[in-house]
Design a protein around this ligand. Structure first.
Ligand code: MN
Length: 493
């Protein structure tokens, strides 16, 4: 199956309807540019009629000269199409409700009235040289005869595409297969598919629709979208390519960076166990799995990390096997004999059984001890003062000893922890690193709880994880940072 399947990305329209997401015009433009570079065929950039900011964003995107076709969402109302035209977009994602439920209760209208408006709007778009993607809202719960009538009308009026929307995500792959087969049968225009994930079926339904003959898929980055979200770009693209062998223009090696960019820009985190793009997708902990992967990656990697330009990582814990520990030690540059590796392994297991994350700093410290090397510390915290309250900007000052030299610095932040970390960053500004994760766990309950802080620091070639533990959250955070930075500084010498 080498049929070409086109990708319509609606992160900037349906994705922006995610609760809690609102983007400025410039942010929308930045996302549109990365989507274009990723290789999507169509960008649904927003709803021009919605607001002045939305119009401004769409104007910026439309005049950017992207390779992708740029569409605006519009209801079957001329004023919506006029607003889109003012922004200079290539075309309209024209949405017509087709289920009786929507026609009667939402529009207080009739099927005939909907047909009339569709006709007027498609003709209006054609007259103005706009591309028209006619989308049937709640199409999956519509009467098939009526859907076919709308499709035939769209084709007669020379709309460019007919899209079936499973607006509330109630389809199953079996039903989708039957319905889309009917919609593509004798269709004079391409059929697109737009799925939502209310039952966790958006990807499966989208793939089933393509196998049944749909030739365009609507997706969002990270599966953003109303309620449970839309079909996600990563799963749909990787599924189409690797499970079915379809031809898709998106570059798989750019999917992860686009996902990260949208995650940061929209502020909606991707769960670690998310398929394809989750942090754990190429991370292996269990001993038997790591052993298998070291022998032949295909044993436990259905998607090769190379396909996505991802990096395989092994993490240590109580499931870790001896071979994994040996491999990680080698990767970290330790030269050890079998007895020494076994001793490190024993200590890793011991920590894992105590419920501790074995961080890369822990491993380094264990290995150095086993090798009889003194664990070098380039950085030492000597003093920490942090103040906060409703009358002050949270401020912190630190006294550090860096390679024997005393360094004083201060920082402000959104709270005392942020201020203290900013003070450390200021003191170590010559060390190239980025704090990519900060995580707090309360080990015991109550306000006097012992907290465990986990930080991930990214340098050019590796990610260092480090922990700080204590009942003072500010001090534990600073300790975690100092531990991580020590590892970076010792390595970079
Ligand atoms: Mn939708």
């Amino acid at each position: 199956m080498t049929r070409k399947i086109k990708v319509l990305d609606t992160t900037l329209r349906d994705g922006e309807q995610t609760p809690g997401v609102s983007l400025t015009p410039n942010r929308k433009l930045e996302i549109a540019k990365v989507l274009d570079d990723l290789g999507v065929d169509v960008i649904e950039a927003g709803t021009a009629i919605a607001s002045d900011g939305e119009k401004e964003g769409m104007r910026l995107i439309a005049k950017q000269g992207l390779k992708a076709e740029v569409l605006s969402f519009a209801r079957i109302l001329q004023k919506d199409i006029d607003a889109a035209m003012e922004c200079g977009v290539d075309g309209i994602f024209l949405v017509a409700p087709t289920s009786d439920l929507h026609i009667k209760y939402k529009l207080n209208s009739t099927r005939d009235e909907v047909l009339k408006k569709v006709e007027e709007c498609v003709q209006y778009c054609r007259k103005h040289g706009l591309v028209v993607d006619l989308c049937t809202e709640d199409g999956s719960r519509s009467d098939l005869k009526f859907l076919l009538k709308v499709r035939n009308l769209a084709a007669e009026l020379k709309a460019d595409r007919f899209t079936l929307a499973d607006t509330v995500g109630v389809m199953t792959p079996e039903k989708m297969s039957v319905l889309v087969s009917r919609l593509v049968d004798k269709s004079k225009i391409p059929v697109g598919i737009h799925c939502h994930d209310d039952f966790g079926m958006a990807t499966a339904n989208t793939l089933a629709a393509v196998v049944a003959g749909a030739s365009m898929v609507d997706v969002t980055v990270n599966g953003l979208g109303e309620r449970a979200g839309n079909a996600c770009l990563d799963e749909v693209v990787v599924g189409l390519k690797l499970l079915y062998g379809f031809n898709v223009g998106v570059d798989p090696k750019k999917i992860l960076s686009v996902s990260e960019f949208v995650e940061k820009t929209c502020g909606i985190p991707v769960p670690p166990n998310k398929a394809v793009i989750g942090e754990n997708a190429f991370t292996h902990e269990a001993g038997i799995h790591v052993d298998g992967i070291l022998k032949k990656p295909e044993t436990y990697e259905p998607i090769s990390p190379d396909f996505l330009g991802a990096k395989r990582t092994f993490v240590l814990g109580k499931h870790a096997g001896l071979k994994a520990v040996k491999k990680i030690l080698e990767d970290e540059g330790f030269k050890m004999n079998d007895d020494q590796v076994s001793e490190v392994f024993r200590q890793v297991k011991y920590l894992g059984d105590k419920g501790k994350h074995v961080t890369s700093v822990d491993l380094e410290s264990i290995a150095n001890t086993v090798l009889g090397l003194e664990h070098k510390r380039a950085l030492k915290l000597e003093e920490l003062v942090a103040v906060a309250g409703n009358k002050f900007t949270p401020t912190a000052s630190v006294k550090l000893r860096i390679n024997g030299i005393e360094v004083l610095s201060a920082g402000t932040g959104t709270g005392p922890v942020d201020a203290a970390i900013n003070a450390i960053k200021a003191a170590t500004k010559d060390v190239p690193f980025e704090l990519v994760e900060y995580h707090v766990d309360a080990i015991s309950g109550g306000t006097d709880a012992v907290v465990k802080i986990l930080v991930k620091l990214k340098t050019k070639d590796r990610i260092v994880t480090a922990e700080g533990v204590g009942s003072d959250i500010i001090l534990a955070s600073v300790d975690a940072m100092v531990n991580g930075l020590n590892s970076i500084m010792v390595h970079s010498k």
